[in-house]
Write a new protein. Sequence first.
Lengths: 115, 110
Amino acid sequence: GAVVSQHPSRVICKSGTSVKIECRSLDFQATTMFWYRQFPKQSLMLMATSNEGSKATYEQGVEKDKFLINHASLTLSTLTVTSAHPEDSSFYICSAREDRPYEQYFGPGTRLTVT
Amino acid sequence: GEDVEQSLFLSVREGDSSVINCTYTDSSSTYLYWYKQEPGAGLQLLTYIFSNMDMKQDQRLTVLLNKKDKHLSLRIADTQTGDSAIYFCAESSNTGKLIFGQGTTLQVKP
């Protein structure tokens, strides 16, 4: 099956700093990647949709200047949390999709803790 | 708007069948999915069903779709302790954007 990786798996940073999370599709080309956020014991909340070579589409209520998304190639998308605050602490999960719309594969997630 | 609802918790004994239910509101959904999430991990795609199908079977998993009632279920036959996890139902449109339910925690007792 298709494999999606995320790096790092865990990160702890201080308030005010920026953190970059990478999402890679390892054995397929992802025309579209999605970024989700998950709070403890809750469902996934879609933050944004990114297509290779174009600007990301953010969901309502998600600050685009705070959560910078770059889909630089067909195998890599990055999420940068800028000027992180403790309330940004969460589990961030990416997913990637080929041209076939019905198959979307998820990365293992990144646990961000802001102190 | 789009909404997906699931019961939050299900407990079964090892060897029994588990049935996890889901309802959704968007009648234009083209695909419906079941994902499994183990603690601290991402989501694993278990199976999906196209909206013009009624049933799909894949080894121990059976998905039933009642499009009229907008009801989706996942049956796991011969449930094992390794099946303990959170199961998410999700719907999508042609854009690929997924709307998830709250997740059902499946507890399998030995």
